[in-house]
Design a protein around this ligand. Structure first.
Ligand SMILES: *[C@@H]1O[C@H](CO)[C@@H](O)[C@H](O)[C@H]1NC(C)=O
Ligand SMILES: *[C@@H]1O[C@H](CO)[C@@H](O)[C@H](O)[C@H]1NC(C)=O
Length: 256
C-alpha cells in the first residue's frame, strides 16, 4: 500500500471510530463538534481552503430540503479526500441542525449521527472525490440563520477546518420565498480578516457581473464543473485577493 493511501485510510478509520463512539455515548463531542481528525501532530492548514461549500438557496422553509455542494476551483479542481459536513446554528455554532436526506453516492459518502440521526455526512473511503452534492432538510423546530461547516482533507496531512458556506436562513412554512436567485453578496470568513469594498466593474457582456474578472483578477469556483467560462454556474464563489485582503462574492441560484 502506498503511504499516502494508508494515511487516508487511517483518517477514515479515525473519523469512523469517533462517530461510533459518539453514537454509543449519545453526547456530541470530539470530531462531531470540532470536526478535527484525531491525530496528535497534524494541524489544520491556515491558508485559504481550496474548497467551497455552496447551498442551493439562501432561504429554506422549516421542513423543506435544499442542496449543498462541496466543491473546488472550476479550472483546477482539487480532489476531496475526506470530509465531515454539518449544518450549524449561526448563533450557537456548536449546535448541529437539521438532517441530510440524500448523499450522491452511498459507496463514497454516507450519513452518520452526531447529535441527531443523519445530521452529519462524511466520506466512506479515501478515494479522491469530485464535487459532492447532498440534500439537507431544515428542522421544523428551529428558525434563524444556519451555515454549513466542514473539515475537508485533501490528504491525511493536509486538511482545512471551518470551511463555511454563506448564511442560509430557515424561515417559517408560510414564508413566500420569492427570489429564485440569491443576490450576490459579499461576506467574510473568520480568517483572514476581510473587508468588502469591491466596486462594481462595468458591464461588458450579458452574463452576470460576478463572472467579470474570473479570467484574470479573481479566483472563481463554481458548480457544476466548468461552468465559469460559460457563465452558467448554479452556484459560484469568486475570491479577489489583494495582499492580505480577501474579498468573497457568493451567488447561488435554485433554478432547476
Ligand atoms: C437515516 O438514513 C438512513 C439511511 O439512508 C435511513 O434509512 C434512515 O431512515 C434515516 N433516518 C432519519 C431519521 O432520517
Ligand atoms: C438538488 O439535487 C438534485 C440531485 O442532484 C437535483 O435533481 C435537484 O434539481 C437539485 N435541486 C436544487 C434546488 O438545486
Amino acid at each position: 500500500m502506498l503511504p499516502r493511501k494508508k494515511c487516508l485510510l487511517l483518517l477514515t478509520i479515525i473519523v469512523l471510530i469517533r462517530s461510533s463512539q459518539q453514537h454509543s455515548s449519545g453526547a456530541p463531542s470530539g470530531a462531531c463538534i470540532d470536526q478535527l481528525p484525531r491525530h496528535s501532530t497534524i494541524i489544520p492548514q491556515t491558508s485559504v481552503p481550496p474548497y467551497v461549500i455552496i447551498p442551493s438557496a439562501s432561504q429554506v422553509r422549516q421542513g423543506d430540503t435544499m442542496n449543498v455542494t462541496i466543491g473546488s476551483p472550476a479550472g483546477a479542481p482539487v480532489p476531496i479526500g475526506g470530509f465531515i459536513l454539518q449544518a450549524r446554528q449561526i448563533q450557537n455554532p456548536d449546535t448541529i441542525v437539521g438532517k441530510f436526506t440524500s448523499v450522491p453516492d452511498p459507496g463514497i459518502t454516507h450519513m452518520t449521527t452526531c447529535s441527531n440521526q443523519n445530521d452529519t455526512v462524511t466520506h466512506s473511503n479515501p478515494q479522491e472525490k469530485p464535487a459532492l452534492t447532498f440534500q439537507w432538510q431544515a428542522p421544523t423546530d428551529f428558525l434563524g440563520g444556519i451555515e454549513f461547516r466542514a473539515t475537508v482533507a485533501q490528504s491525511y496531512a493536509t486538511f482545512w477546518r471551518n470551511v463555511e458556506s454563506p448564511l442560509v436562513e430557515v424561515v417559517t412554512r408560510d414564508t413566500v420565498i420569492t427570489t429564485t436567485a440569491a443576490p450576490a453578496t459579499t461576506t467574510t470568513t473568520s480568517a483572514p480578516p476581510v473587508t468588502s469594498d469591491i466596486s462594481s466593474p462595468p458591464v461588458t457582456e450579458n452574463r452576470d457581473l460576478i463572472y467579470n474578472g474570473c479570467d484574470d483578477t479573481k479566483l472563481c469556483f463554481g458548480v457544476p464543473q466548468n461552468c465559469v467560462s460559460s457563465g452558467t454556474c448554479k452556484g459560484i464563489v469568486a475570491v479577489l485577493v489583494e495582499g492580505e485582503k480577501y474579498t468573497f462574492e457568493l451567488q447561488g441560484t435554485d433554478k432547476p
